[in-house]
Design a protein around this ligand. Structure first.
Ligand SMILES: [Zn+2]
Length: 691
């Protein structure tokens, strides 16, 4: 059961945590998202990278034969667990492990009979690895130009947040050190994006709720095969990050072996600025919110670095922010007092109620922090939130609010009460006071976290994982795990990646998105149209239609991009039509039987056609005929007659009206410019005659 610590095989090392540049541009003015140029981000020392997780489309889970890809909210049983790190497995505790241990969580797993077995609950050793998943991960590794490993070595990656009942995730590196073309014309990007590695791993549980000391998970997703693709920190602006995320998603989707839809792809984003260090924002499940998110994180780091510089200027040192290891903080530190008696009848209801419930109310002095807690770190968020988040997450405080501070004098206590607390704590104007309340058993942790966060302020940017919110701000999630999280799995033998498997996968490799884009550009599409088409879900349909001439290829790509999404929204139709439905249009366009400007309209008609109509019949309505010009002549006369009965309109209005009538009949058959000329000639007579 227990594996010995193996320092030679800790798995892939995390990237250097610190930004390579150590000179934060502290004077750089705060800027809203959208105001900065790439040169500005360069000045900030902005670096970002991605860890993209994508679920593989397999029948079974990775290490057992339960079905993959189920989504079951109902459950047949619940299991309760407590999580505890063991020294023997880890060699030593790391920050994450200790933090999770401090939260004293009760973990509840909901089990649904059809989607989980004893393996996921750690009662049965792993079965053989799912080869469908291995093949899929090898295929995606090849598309990413990674060096494939010769054997999969299954490792255990420590997971103590409860989302995996065993406390570790089984993971195996499949490929490492590669790069793919990264071309984004609208960003002026044309270089390689380096990929650090790709691993095949098990997905974790879905969280149902996390309230106080009780966290509840669903296990249907647990153990599903997942690939994790990690880039180097090669993305230098928020938009490059977004483009990189889209590119990686697209490479995987090109194989048809990853799931699509909500939650099927989730990315962790690593960000840092000069003087800062890598912060990981977890589980972002769409690309559109990425740029704002990392922009805000860049400035959060810069603001934390400004706070650090200010603390240094004030001569604040870490050792004065240390609590004694033993004993209750309010008994052993002169920076903490039990303020229950003093505040039990204050005007602030949350504190009075906390006291009545028997909670501990502590007042804390943070030496040298005066005025800093109200310093803005994110839009609408101050430095005080960094402290509150740590208390909330680690001490599991449920009630709101649970903390106030002396930088805000008009909320909570009145000035007289702050003065009296100041006196008791021997604080001066350079210090900040915090009042925090929590159930008695959680209060020491809550107070301890305040001091730990204060010490982190002297480092600038703490290494942590953060949770993304909808408005682009983030909140503390957990301490960033150290490199000790990986150790070999003793339950699984190495799995060879044979030459024959590699050859077999290679022979069936799909076209890469960049090759596809290049092919479309040879058809005369411009760079952005080529990329849009290559990434569209109708790219295969387009290829099956095989437009040969540049004019037709461009028109058709354009018409697809405009009309298919519109049609999908209107009809709610998901499946695309068969190529045979559309091909009569393409063939007619190519032999100029139908004029190009009719493309969208004919496509629309074909998309909406009923079962008993043939595509040929629809296309025929737009096809040129030998007597089109004769018919036009009589059409022009009819229009002129009608117009003669519409006095007082300008010539332009009349031409527009007349063109509307005529082009309904002649779209695809006659050149609109020519029709317009003829109409003007005809109307010239009528309008002149009128005067
Ligand atoms: Zn199972």
């Amino acid at each position: 059961m227990t594996a010995k610590s193996n320092n030679d095989q800790t798995g892939p090392r995390p990237p250097g945590d610190h930004n390579p540049r150590t000179d934060p541009p502290l004077d750089f003015p705060d800027a809203a998202f959208g105001e900065l140029t790439p040169a500005d981000y360069d000045e900030l020392g902005f670096l970002s990278g991605l860890e993209v997780h994508q679920q593989l489309k397999t029948r079974s889970k990775l290490f057992c034969r339960c079905p993959a890809g189920r989504n079951r909210k109902d459950y047949d049983a619940e299991v309760l667990r407590h999580m505890r790190p063991t020294l023997s497995e880890l060699g030593e505790y790391d920050g994450t492990a200790l933090m999770e241990f401090k939260t004293k969580k009760e973990i509840v797993y909901r089990l649904e009979r059809g989607s989980v077995c004893t393996y996921e609950m750690d009662d049965t050793p792993p079965f053989e690895i799912d080869m469908e998943a291995v093949r899929g991960s090898v295929e995606i590794s090849q598309l990413l130009n990674l060096n494939l490993v010769s054997e999969l070595h299954v490792m255990r990656k420590q997971y103590l947040d409860g989302s995996i009942p065993t406390g570790f995730q089984r993971t195996a590196m499949v490929g490492l050190t590669g790069s793919i073309p990264f071309k984004v014309p609208e960003l002026g990007v044309d270089r390689e994006l380096r990929i650090r590695q790709l691993s095949l791993e098990e997905d974790s549980c879905r969280e149902v709720s996390d309230i106080g000391h009780r966290i509840t998970f669903r296990t249907d997703r647990l153990g599903m095969p997942l690939i994790e693709t990690v880039t180097e920190p090669d993305l230098f602006t928020p938009w490059e990050l977004q483009a990189g995320g889209r590119l990686l998603a697209h490479v995987a989707q090109a194989t048809g072996k990853v799931l699509r839809g909500p939650g099927a792809a989730r990315q962790d984003v690593n960000v840092s600025v000069a003087g800062g260090r890598r912060v990981e924002i977890k589980g972002v499940d769409n690309h559109s919110g990425l740029p704002l998110l990392v922009h805000i994180e860049a400035f959060r780091q810069l603001n934390l670095l400004r706070i650090k510089a200010e603390l240094e200027k004030r001569g604040v040192e870490g050792k004065i922010l240390m609590l004694p290891v033993q004993g209750l903080p309010w008994q052993v530190s002169d920076l903490v007092v039990d303020a229950g008696q003093r505040l039990c009848d204050c005007d602030f209801a949350p504190i009075r109620q906390a006291y009545q419930k028997g909670e501990k109310i502590c007042a804390v002095r943070l030496p040298g922090f005066g005025g800093l807690l109200s310093y803005r770190t994110q839009p609408g968020v101050t430095f005080a939130r960094e402290f509150a988040d740590r208390v909330r997450v680690v001490a599991c405080v449920v009630d709101r609010p649970f903390m106030i501070h002396s930088d805000i004098r008009d909320y909570g206590l009145d000035p007289q009460q702050w003065r009296s607390l100041s006196k008791q704590l021997k604080a001066d104007s350079g210090d900040a006071l915090v009042v925090v309340w929590a159930p008695e058993e959680d209060a020491p942790t809550a107070v301890g976290e305040l001091f730990l966060r204060a010490q982190d302020a002297l480092l600038g940017v703490p290494a942590e994982t953060r949770q993304a919110f909808r408005d682009g701000t983030t909140g503390f999630e957990r301490i960033l795990p150290g490199p000790d999280r990986m150790y070999p799995d003793t339950d699984t033998p190495p799995i060879p990646i044979s030459d024959s498997l590699i050859a077999e996968v290679k022979s069936g490799l799909p076209e890469t998105p960049w090759d596809r884009e290049e092919r479309y550009m040879k058809l005369d599409l411009n760079a952005s149209a080529a990329r849009d088409l290559a990434r569209s879900r109708w790219a295969d349909l387009y290829d099956a239609l095989d437009p040969r001439s540049g004019h037709v290829a461009v028109r058709l790509a354009n018409a697809f991009r405009k009309r298919i999404p519109h049609w999908t929204r209107q009809i709610g139709q998901v499946a695309l039509p068969a190529p045979e439905t559309i091909s009569p249009l393409v063939r007619a366009l190519e032999v100029t039987d139908i004029r190009l400007e009719a493309t969208e309209q004919v496509l629309d008609a074909l998309l909406r056609k009923s079962e008993n109509e043939s595509s040929e019949e629809i296309v025929a309505r737009y096809r040129r005929g030998p007597d089109d010009l004769d018919v036009l002549a009589s059409g022009l006369e009819e229009v002129a007659e009608k117009i003669a009965e519409m006095p007082g309109r300008s010539l332009e209005t009349l031409v527009r009206w007349g063109m509307g009538v005529l082009m309904r009949r002649f779209l695809g058959k006659l050149d609109p410019t020519r029709v317009s000329e003829l109409l003007r000639d005809e109307l010239g007579e009528v309008v002149k005659g009128d005067c």
